[in-house]
Design a protein around this ligand. Sequence first.
Ligand SMILES: Cc1cc2nc3c(=O)[nH]c(=O)nc-3n(C[C@H](O)[C@H](O)[C@H](O)COP(=O)(O)O)c2cc1C
Length: 215
Amino acid sequence: MTTFLHVSSSARKHNSISRALAKEFTNQWHAKFPTDKFIHRDIGSAPPNFISEEWIAAVFTLEEKRTDKQNSLLTLSDMLIKEITESDIILISTPMYNYGMPASLKAWFDQVIRVNKTFTLDLDRGDFPLEPTLSGKTLVLLSACGEFGFDVGGVREEMNHLGPHIRTASKYLGVDEYYEVRIEYQEFGDQRHARSIENAYSTISKVIKQIAGKK
Ligand SMILES: Cc1cc2nc3c(=O)[nH]c(=O)nc-3n(C[C@H](O)[C@H](O)[C@H](O)COP(=O)(O)O)c2cc1C
């Protein structure tokens, strides 16, 4: 059985393009593998807390020395990390906001990429002291944006701080396989947007086929 963690970060509950794309993905996957499990973490509706000075102090305190207050500060982080640990595939559906990820998604990453939990830090490793503790996970990123040309070689490639940031950060969640499907042109609402939607929906089937082939 494959377990998915679906993280949705659009602030829009209705008319969200990224949420609709994720629905298509989960429907198609369910049709193929009805017994697979989906955990849904809707951070668009309920954003995780921002981390604080006390939170950072707590994660750098040895587990056996943490106070009750420190343990309670880390409760949310522990729960979110558990969802990742339990999952084989992380499905993130997200809008592009200001050329990067929504604050809710950044808050989620800050809660889950955690020293001695999802990565270790060892200066004996030289200039790259961080290593993930998890491995073998797949990330599927389903995104929506208003403009266009964010792909490699596109007119706005240099302005794309969404996919590249998520891909870099997700290494510390044990992700070593990555897929991205994006719908562009939302702000134009023209034929190009319609084509982008059509392409994305047909790419979903191909991505599912590729992932399922490795199951
Ligand atoms: C606060 C905000 C910031 C946005 N910033 C960008 C941006 O930097 N680049 C872009 O192409 N679209 C931007 N957009 C457009 C959204 O990415 C687009 O509307 C997308 O469809 C939103 O995803 P959703 O439909 O899943 O809610 C922004 C929209 C909002 C509300």
